[in-house]
Design a protein around this ligand. Sequence first.
Ligand code: NAD
Length: 479
Amino acid sequence: MTTAIPAAEPSFRDSVDIMFNRAVALMDLSPGLEEKIRVCNATYTVRFGVRLRGRIQTFTGYRSVHSEHMEPVKGGIRYSLGVNQDEVEALAALMTYKCALVEAPFGGSKGGLCIDPREYDEHELELITRRFAYELIKRDMINPAQNVPAPDMGTGEREMAWIADQYKRMNTTDINGVACVTGKPINAGGIQGRTEATGRGVQYALHAFFRDAQGMAKAGLQGTLAGKRVIVQGLGNVGYHAAKFLSEEDDCVITTVIERDGALKNDNGINVEALHQWIAKHDTIKGYPDATLIEDGAELLTAECDILIPAALEGVINLANAHDVKAPLIVEAANGPVTAGADEILREKGVVIIPDMYANAGGVTVSYFEWVKNLSHIRFGRMQRRNEESRHQLLVDELERLSADSGVGWQLSPNFKDKYLRGAGELELVRSGLYDTMVDAYQSMAAIWHNRDDVEDLRTAAYLVSIGKVAASYRAKGL
Ligand code: NAD
């Protein structure tokens, strides 16, 4: 179903380097420092056997560390048959730039296991995951102080809980052990709002963009998000949450969902929650009643819309289809969905791209909050919430007393009272921290995009911000 990437295209890793080189050419870095930042520090390949269904099956996994200018290094673990060294290294590099851009104090890393998780039952996946984790833990490639994985394509809370438990079994006296991985379920040391975080961050990125009049003008867009026609590719963790929030909270119209087994189209809008439940039950989009099925789903990446959100895999917009893209705005919810060649074509066409290293940074931002929560051993808001509520109650009581005593008879609206009196719990604090991060990071990119004549696009601006921060960190260390 993926649009085949033309042979003339560079690999994913090379694509990231081409984009990096484009940005770094506009900077004044010494060649040595430039090279130090670009290269991937190390990639560990492991092959291990697990006895399944009466025979030993061998699996190949990777953990790549791109930059250790800050530790721990951070990056998800992906389960997919497409996993290879080039992909893991490209994703690790993107993690370095992403963390720097949103000021999450981590270096960049990524892991992957070459496996189709749908071919194994839960028990088998647990055996495989624990064995993979064992191989990485014993080499300190999973460790709360050195290398902290998170979910990515094909993995989620369940796998993270197994990894955390495996680490605890192997490091029984490490009081911070649970911080060895993020994206865990709440009852295994996770944080409220982590599962939705990447999709939520995509929504916040669009909020920031729609408040940027100059950016909107460059994309030829007007008005608010309400009524904007959106195409989403991939209704997994990231795509589902992004599409759900954009349609339910911002009144976007999700006209098309592209999945691995085709696409669904309904110009009046697809009910994302209903479709999500359909997929959970039937394991396919086929047969969903309220939309038209198109067998070659990838074709719809070039359909008419206001916003295109690729949220599945890399390289889907490439030399073969970039000329035909009609969306004025692309939000890269996936990592690397636009190849370097396609990026150039789209830039010339005037398409605005909100780049991956920013658009999907919500996940690592909330992972950072989870890691801090684990190290502090207390949930956010636990100490302040009641105190905040009682201080608010004091103010409301005083206002009501003044109103009664003065005989004016003003009444606070019940809605105001409900909202004002409620102190912030963990979920509210996480969303507030995420919103703040996404808005700040957007502004740091937009300031460069709009004010430097030699910077044509948001991606280059994003690289300039993040490479500048990584360089400053290396310089501070005396490198
Ligand atoms: P996921 O496994 O939850 O979902 C991926 C979805 O894409 C699935 O619904 C799958 O069926 C669909 N898909 C697979 N192949 C497809 C194809 N050829 N065409 C259309 N759809 C296809 O993965 P995810 O965690 O949502 O990750 C998606 C992307 O977002 C990846 O690029 C990942 O690196 C990136 N990302 C994820 C996170 C996170 O927190 N999970 C954070 C940052 C970036």
